[in-house]
Design a protein. Structure first.
Length: 321
């Protein structure tokens, strides 16, 4: 009886020991597979294939941003994977984990199978395979430079119509994202000839917010059709003969603009625009008498219609962003 009990105890202990060994072996195998996967995820050729697969798959969420991260952090794959997990709440990472990354193991398995076939078959009997093009770090760097070198960061303009009217002027436009921009302008003709009773003086400034139309991913920044909302104001003094002149302590105008800008060269463009809105001013009418100015009347003027027109030369300042 005692011998039988001892036998049962030894048999149970044997099963327990064998079970632990098998579990330990399975854990080691899983750890080894995990290490292999991690090793593959930090290899440049792996991310070269991943880049090509993402390029060919239009269903990848935030595809342009994912490709940009791969190009910018190519080589620092640990940081790249962390950024992909954080991008847009991880939507792109989930899709990559389900549809893109599993292809890595399939490709590795195919390569291993081809290696075994190559060992067992003559070279002339191997199938001819069309290899997938893998972007090299040099190609990725060149593509990144092409993307960033043409980004317009600022535009400086001169309105030729104001120049014809002897009104020196300057405009500066700043892009805000892909679709919006902010335009600031200043005019300052300040001519006078007291002996001839001539005065042409204007100090005016304005600001305009613009919405650029069309697909902005396919167009250069600050080119194409746009709509704008503007406001401007200033002071003036106009006298073109000795009999009468007009002086305004202020004027104000606001309205809508429509325009089109076409790029002529890398740093040069031409812009056409017209503004329609409301203008209001208070003025004093005067005349000259024995060398002095005599006020004759005053009033307020309102106008609805075209308030400005532009044919501007644009200097585009490029830079990396």
């Amino acid at each position: 009886m005692r011998v039988r009990v001892v036998s049962y105890i030894l048999l149970i202990l044997s099963f327990l020991i064998l079970g632990k060994e098998e579990a330990r072996a399975e854990r080691y195998a899983a750890d080894a597979d995990t290490c292999k996967v991690r090793d593959r995820m930090v290899q440049p050729e792996t991310w070269g294939r991943v880049y090509q697969w993402i390029t060919d798959d239009p269903q990848v969420p935030d595809r342009e941003e994912v490709l940009m991260l791969i190009r910018y952090h190519y080589g620092d794959f640990g940081k790249l994977m962390k950024l992909l997990r954080r991008l847009n709440e991880g939507k792109a990472w989930v899709y990559l984990s389900e549809h893109i990354f599993p292809k890595i193991d399939k490709v590795r398995k195919i390569e291993n199978d081809l290696f075994i076939i190559e060992l067992s078959l003559p070279a002339d009997s191997l199938p001819i395979l069309k290899m997938e093009p893998v972007p090299t770090p040099v190609a990725i760097e060149n593509k990144k430079k092409r993307e960033f070198k043409n980004r317009t960061v600022l535009a400086i303009k001169n309105n030729l119509l104001y120049d014809l009217a002897l009104a020196p002027n300057l405009e500066v436009e700043l892009p805000v994202g892909r679709r919006w921009s902010l335009n600031v302008e200043y005019k300052c003709p300040w001519w006078s000839d007291n002996a001839r009773g001539f005065c042409y003086q204007l100090l005016s400034g304005g600001v305009e917010a613009r919405l650029w139309l069309g697909n902005r991913k396919k167009r250069d920044c600050l080119t194409g059709h746009f709509l704008g909302v503007y406001a401007e104001g200033g002071v003036y003094d106009f006298q073109f003969d000795e009999d009468k002149g007009y002086r305004g302590d202020h004027y104000a105008a606001s309205g809508l603009t429509y325009g089109y800008s076409r790029q002529l060269a890398r740093h040069l463009a031409i812009e056409f625009s017209v503004g329609i809105g409301y203008l209001e001013t208070e003025y004093r009418k005067y005349t000259t008498y024995e060398g002095d100015l005599i006020w004759t009347s005053s009033g307020r003027y309102h106008f609805i219609g075209p308030t400005k027109a532009k044919v501007s030369l644009v200097w585009l300042i490029k830079g990396r962003r």
